[in-house]
Write a protein that binds this ligand. Sequence first.
Ligand SMILES: C[S@@+](CC[C@H](N)C(=O)[O-])C[C@H]1O[C@@H](n2cnc3c(N)ncnc32)[C@H](O)[C@@H]1O
Length: 271
Amino acid sequence: MNIGKIITDRRKSLGLTQQALAEKLNISFQAVSKWENGTSYPDVTILPMLATTLKVSIDSLLGYSLQSLTEYDKRYDMEGYYWGLSPNHLCYEIMRLKPPTTPYKVLDIGCGEGKDAVFLARNGYNVTAFDISEQGLSKARELADHCGVKIDFFKADIRDFRLEADFDIIFSSGVFHYIPQEQRKSVIDSLKIHTAANGINVINVFVRKPFIPLPPDIEEGEIAAGDWKSGELLTYYYDWLFRKNEERIFDCNSSGVPHKHCMDVIIAEKI
Ligand SMILES: C[S@@+](CC[C@H](N)C(=O)[O-])C[C@H]1O[C@@H](n2cnc3c(N)ncnc32)[C@H](O)[C@@H]1O
């Protein structure tokens, strides 16, 4: 996230000097200069006025909506729900291991159109969920409203997002294959640190097997991230207790061409 560069580009394209921008915001030009050279960030309280002055949304200022539509934005732009509305079977495992007798805090990473987040919220969990797809999030918010549950949905990219709060349950389905090899350890370490004592991480990831051909609709993001090796997910959780550790092969017909996937699934508990 390079806010400084975005501010510089927007300021220049509006023909403003650093001094002129500073005057509009009623701050010193040194403050603007520091943002632009990356030695400080604008305070959150000034973001609305800064975004208005630079004629961009706060999202754009923070570097989010500069991204083009994701593949999933296009997939989710349809009537109905691309992934249907039935919850992932792992949600039932969550309920078995951590029944919502207290409102456990759940984080759903890459929540898509929100079917699992909404299911868990309806069952009494306190759910936070994010995805990189604005289109998915907007459908997820609609679904939550329709079902009368409150969920903290927001847009973020797992590759550069770092948690600040702790969660009892961190859940992610069909997303980890987008994390590049070199970032996997730091992303997962952050999830582990922000899991409460006796909390669980419930994760699945596609893994490559030499005897299964590449899926016909494999995405660039997945190729760029590099293959996940069978068992690799497990290694990041070697110091936790495995409640589930499974590898399964299943048929898929996405893109209309029948093919197979291999997926590793873990439920690991922080003891
Ligand atoms: C296979 S879908 C799974 C959606 C949801 N978990 C479900 O099972 O219904 C993958 C999701 O990951 C999201 N995604 C892809 N890359 C991401 C990233 N870098 N950060 C956050 N979400 C991402 C996509 O937008 C998409 O919604």
